[in-house]
Design a protein. Structure first.
Length: 144
């Protein structure tokens, strides 16, 4: 399948990204609302949010990254379910890695659900390894 990876454009891509993320991730928490995530990412304006675009299908994949000056993070890698296993996710990750590397990043982190074996195998195929860490978080409701 032919597609291009471009920076996210709120006017062109927002509705398609919301639909893709809702379909792929099935959000259950207010903090993960796609509209809120896009709004917060756009406010940062760091150019680290990309979409895979097909002339035929529109947005077929996404990857959102972050870099804090020490570590890079990958969030919201998603590919339209019917188009998975065609190299879209891999090319999005390679694009994200290059963008983070060009920002000065020395290490990339990501989080996935422990029981999602398919996604673990995907990231392992790209050279990612499981690290002995405990992921902790704290919600800040007033910012949602």
């Amino acid at each position: 399948m032919d597609f291009n990876i471009v920076r996210f454009n709120n006017k062109l891509h927002k509705d398609q990204v919301i639909e893709l993320w809702t379909n792929v991730f099935g959000y259950e928490s207010a903090r993960n609302d796609p509209r809120l995530a896009i709004e917060k990412k756009e406010a940062v304006s760091d150019g680290l949010f990309f979409v895979a675009e097909s002339a035929v299908h529109g947005v077929v994949g996404t990857v959102m990254c972050g870099y804090d000056g020490h570590r890079g993070w990958v969030y919201s890698l998603a590919v339209t379910p019917d188009l998975q296993s065609q190299g879209i996710g891999k090319k999005l990750m390679i694009h994200a890695e290059h963008a983070l590397k060009n920002s000065g990043c020395i290490k990339i982190n990501l989080q996935i659900l422990e029981d999602n074996e398919k996604v673990q195998m995907f990231y392992r195929s790209l050279g990612y390894t499981t690290e002995k860490r405990i992921s902790m978080g704290k919600e800040i409701p007033e910012n949602m």
